[in-house]
Design a protein around this ligand. Structure first.
Ligand SMILES: [Zn+2]
Length: 305
């Protein structure tokens, strides 16, 4: 079952010839969840072979152009492709206002499908749930209101060992009870332990996305022990002053936060266009947190628990 993320763009503010602005696409069991939608996102989705038709949910962190300018082109293309299914957008309320205003570059009422807006609320809340996944949003600290997200796969119940069904002649009702943790009492009154009848399902996986923000320890309870943390690392720590002024994080700080949150793996991105090469950013984060990966356009990471 897929649980992987593809980075569609790693640049902050200005794109470079190799780095598109921010967008990630999370594939959960074949369903796509788009996180941020910088300019050119639809081109990147095509380039890295993600089907538009598998996308039903878009999450936008904040209303800075490098995180949402791509939404106009993408919504428009979906209509040209004659999409029929509803599309859910989870975003700051400004996006709904913008898309519904007279000056919007696309006429939201004239699209071939319906757009359902879910505006972010202050603080921390669960914003999405289906049988595969839950998504929580929490506030970051940036120049404008900004949210991070945690995507958590739903934990599957244990599987019944097939041979046990025949061995104990289990009914459907018994199978369901055992799956949810019950032991079996046989007709002779013997107790067969749940653990003996089942094989545990793989551990649920998790992915957190935090961009843009200053270094913020307040979010640690929300991202604690996730399998993969994406955190912005716009600057090297030598430019801490600039990072502070623009409400961004340095690579060193991203590493410190990953360590404090006890995450399994850190992915850094949202790099300033001033950096021609990114090795120093990775080195700096790695000093604090060894298991750090450098994001690059097109990189796909299989998330494991
Ligand atoms: Zn920003």
């Amino acid at each position: 079952m897929n649980f992987n993320v593809t980075v569609l763009g790693v640049s902050s503010a200005l794109p470079t010839s190799k780095r598109f602005p921010t967008a990630h696409v999370l594939d959960v069991h074949g369903h796509l969840f788009l996180i941020d939608c910088g300019e050119g996102t639809q081109i990147q989705l095509r380039r890295f072979r993600h089907k538009f038709s598998r996308l039903d949910n878009i999450f936008i962190s904040h209303m800075h152009g490098d995180h949402f300018f791509g939404i106009f082109g993408l919504l428009s293309s979906l209509s040209l492709l004659n999409r029929k299914n509803d599309l859910n957008i989870y975003a700051p309320e400004g996006l709904e206002k913008m898309l519904k205003s007279e000056l919007s570059p696309i006429d939201i009422e004239q699209l071939s499908y319906k757009v359902i807006f879910n505006n972010h609320k202050k603080g921390h809340s669960k914003i999405y749930e289906d049988k595969r996944l839950t998504v929580e949003a929490f506030q970051l600290k940036h120049r404008v209101a900004c949210w991070g997200f945690v995507f958590r796969e739903q934990q599957k119940t244990p599987n019944i060992i097939k041979s046990k069904i025949a061995e104990y002649n289990l009914s459907i009702a018994e199978i369901v009870k055992i799956k949810y943790g019950a032991d079996l009492r046989t007709e002779e009154g013997k107790i067969i332990k749940h653990e003996e009848l089942t094989r545990s399902a793989p551990k649920a996986r998790s992915y957190a996305f935090c961009s843009d923000t200053v270094y913020l320890e307040k979010i640690i309870p929300y991202i604690k022990k996730v399998d993969l943390l994406y955190h912005e690392a716009t600057f090297l720590h030598s430019e801490k002053k600039q990072a502070k002024l623009s409400y961004h994080t340095t690579a060193k700080e991203a590493g410190i936060l990953a360590k404090k949150a006890n995450v399994k793996q850190l992915l850094i991105g949202h790099f300033s266009a001033r950096y021609k090469t990114l090795d120093d950013l990775q080195k700096e984060a790695k000093k604090e947190f060894e298991n750090t990966i450098l994001a690059s356009d097109g990189l796909t990471i299989e998330i494991t628990s």
